[in-house]
Ligand binder design. Structure first.
Ligand SMILES: [Zn+2]
Length: 61
């Protein structure tokens, strides 16, 4: 009996087996897409300044 999970990227059923090296993804491609999305999201948040120096000095006034 093989357990099946859904690929988080494309939703395809993925057999949960030792030889399924990309689990829980169905393929290397889906894994890389997911990691790429995550990295892009992370990069966008990190690149955006949390506090604007102008706003801070206005509040201080
Ligand atoms: Zn997939």
């Amino acid at each position: 009996m093989t357990k099946t999970v859904q690929c988080p990227q494309c939703g395809q059923p993925v057999p949960w087996q030792d030889d399924q090296k990309w689990k829980p993804f169905c393929s290397e491609r889906c894994k890389l897409i997911d990691l790429g999305d995550w990295a892009a999201e992370n990069h966008r948040i990190a690149g955006k300044p949390a506090i604007s120096p102008e706003n801070e000095s206005n509040d201080f006034h």
